[in-house]
Design a protein around this ligand. Structure first.
Ligand SMILES: [Zn+2]
Length: 306
């Protein structure tokens, strides 16, 4: 039995918490998780999230070993199930996983994130006609919407922690926004993260993005810029750098269009993330990353060549 009073007669709050929580923590956790690592990790993480001064990011870093991985570059996201806190993150992650800003007719599982009368919020729909803005639900019922309402739908690759409450996720997933946005309280942020990771059947399915949040860090434009910046650094270090003819964001986007968004080596559809993401490949490695000397191919083929 732990002491509930300190020597001076005041309550020892931390002690009461550790006295009271283990049982309820274990009961909650054992129902969901199957392996020993998770049985150790979940109570530790819960305790650290809710009973102390640590930020979510601190807690993730301290308990890194229990997660599948942590990563800080959005291009490394390899999961089709992703959970975030902010809507702008949701849009950015969807775009990265989808690989194309354009959403075509027949796109399955569009998620209604806003409110439209007679339609289920967070329900799934098929985009039946882009130009006429018609969606179908699972039963085949059609909804004829206005252009403005189109923006209330999202691709299905990223959900907010708010939307996935009550869901069980058996596939691998990534969690975003572990750096606390300024306008969110510490407790609400911890709660959102806890909701996200407790959807998983094991933490070994959970990857955590620990890089900077915010649209400007997660956008496709910044991914292209980051790659170009890396190539510039390389070219400068090798004495190759040719400022006038150096590849830029506009060239990358145009080149992607020219190749029909496919890798000319393996014909895979190029995306912004994972093994099929675009990369800038030089024809002649004794020259720099100039427009004449480069093409876009998938990152796997590019790595395979060198
Ligand atoms: Zn390829």
């Amino acid at each position: 039995m732990r002491h509930q009073y300190k020597a001076d007669g005041t309550w020892d709050v931390q002690d009461i918490v550790t006295f009271m929580f283990p049982v309820s923590l274990k009961l909650n956790v054992i129902k969901r998780v199957k392996n020993e690592s998770d049985r150790t990790a979940y109570p530790l993480i819960k305790e650290a999230l809710f009973n102390g001064d640590k930020t979510v990011l601190d807690v993730v870093k301290e308990n890194q070993e229990y997660f599948a991985s942590t990563f800080d570059d959005i291009s490394d996201v390899g999961t089709k199930m992703n959970i975030c806190y902010l809507n702008e993150t949701r849009t950015a992650v969807n775009e990265h996983v989808h690989g194309d800003k354009e959403i075509k007719k027949g796109q399955k599982k569009m998620i209604l994130k806003g409110y439209i009368k007679n339609m289920t919020r967070n329900g799934t729909y098929v985009l039946h006609s882009v130009s006429r803005c018609i969606f179908k639900d699972d039963s085949g019922k059609k909804y004829n919407l206005t252009k403005g309402q189109y923006d209330l739908f999202e691709l299905p690759y990223c959900w907010t922690s708010h939307a996935i409450q009550g869901m069980t996720i058996t596939e691998e997933m990534s969690v975003f926004d572990v750096r606390k946005p300024k306008f969110v309280t510490k407790k609400a942020h911890a709660q959102a993260f806890w909701t996200a990771i407790t959807r998983a059947t094991t933490l070994k399915n959970v990857h955590v993005y620990v890089g900077e949040s915010g649209a400007k860090n997660l956008s496709v434009a910044s991914t292209i810029k980051r790659k170009i910046a890396g190539h510039k650094e390389y070219d400068v270090s090798k004495g190759f750098y040719d400022e006038e003819n150096f590849v830029d964001e506009r060239w990358v986007r145009k080149e992607l269009k020219n190749v029909g968004r496919r890798c000319y080596h393996c014909n895979v559809e190029l995306s912004w993330t994972g093994n099929t993401q675009f990369s800038i490949d030089r024809y002649n490695n004794d020259q720099g990353h100039t427009k004449e000397n480069c093409s876009v191919i998938c990152v796997s083929c590019n790595k395979g060549k060198h």
